[in-house]
Design a protein around this ligand. Structure first.
Ligand code: ADP
Length: 301
């Protein structure tokens, strides 16, 4: 098969591993810089041009779209779908997962366990919002944040009010969430590929840090997840319509709570912590699923 990897950087661990895993299985692999794809939209025969030539003959693409280029990246994936090329994750699912409020609303609708979460626009509603999510301590998150940046723990109601006011003053969107203290600064990253959890790791924040992000100095180890956690991870990926997803789960006193569903999960941390060949499993998923015109939406919606 001819498989494209939509990635801005061929040297990234995940990109390199996908190329390697594909070649090992006898496929032709090409890394395509998403931002160098350009398209003639107004034509009955959709096509993509790349560095002066037309991209042709692809059976599948693996989108690795960074948060900062979601808008353009989703349009490129959509164009591939319109050409009948199978995309491991569909453009609509990628944009869905990138919108944190929309994701939580979708997950709630499917009855998934979530931390109590609120959001508001007006500073006048802050005191009520804080009460609504159960008072302090609470976690305040920038909607546009990634890798733990813009995630703040406020221990008291007064601190929470000040931080929320400061963020609102900067005109950024935030959400306010109950603090799951019993998670102990750890979360569980489940890698879902085609309705299966193929690898899971526990990430533990550095001492004194409630955020477990590896970018914030956290450490990772392989973990055996419970069947409830497995169900949550698979259910969350399915609710978002993602075939490949990184689902982050907090262990709470009342069961697993889904924190986030990532549509381009990094492979480095999880492959190293678990020893699993996740890249190989993504390629095998493509081998099973990638038939021409097999995408559900073909770029519609
Ligand atoms: P990002 O998308 O920037 O990584 P997250 O929402 O995943 O932001 O938060 C970063 C980390 O902070 C999580 O991995 C988790 O360890 C911790 N965390 C986030 N929300 C909560 C919460 N409500 N209760 C306890 N810990 C949390």
């Amino acid at each position: 098969m001819k498989i494209g990897i939509l990635s801005r950087n061929p040297r990234l661990y995940s990109t390199r591993r996908l190329v390697e895993a594909g070649k090992e299985r006898g496929h032709e692999m090409q890394v395509i810089d998403t931002l160098r794809c350009y398209m003639n939209m107004a034509t009955a025969r959709p096509s993509i041009h790349y560095k002066g030539a037309e991209l042709a003959g692809f059976d599948a693409v693996i989108p690795r779209i960074g948060a900062s280029i979601t808008f353009y990246g989703a349009a490129v994936v959509r164009q591939f779908e319109m050409m009948g090329v199978f995309s491991v994750n569909e453009s609509v699912a990628i944009t869905r997962a990138r919108d944190k409020l929309r994701s939580l609303q979708l997950l709630a609708r499917k009855g998934m366990g979530l931390p109590v979460t609120g959001f508001a626009h007006s500073p006048d509603d802050i005191p009520d919002l804080i009460d609504m999510v159960g008072g302090a301590p609470l976690v305040i998150k920038l909607l546009e944040g990634t890798q733990g940046i813009g995630v703040v723990l406020a221990e008291t109601k007064q601190a929470a009010k000040s931080v929320i006011e400061a963020f609102m003053g900067l005109n950024v969107n935030i959400m306010v969430q109950e603090f799951i203290r019993e998670a102990g600064g750890a979360d569980i990253r489940c890698l879902v590929v085609g309705e299966k959890v193929v690898a899971a790791m526990k990430r533990q924040g550095a001492p004194g840090e409630f955020r477990s992000n590896l970018h914030r100095g956290g450490s990772a180890e392989v973990i055996k997840i419970t069947s409830a956690e497995r169900r949550s991870a698979i259910g969350a990926a399915r609710a978002m319509g993602l075939n490949v997803a990184g689902v982050d789960i907090l262990r709470s006193n009342h069961g697993p709570l889904v924190l986030e569903v990532n549509s381009s999960p990094g492979l480095g941390g999880i492959e190293q912590a678990t020893g699993q060949d996740v890249a190989g499993m993504i390629i095998e998923f493509i081998e099973r699923e990638a038939k021409p015109n097999r995408t559900k939406t073909r770029g519609q919606g």
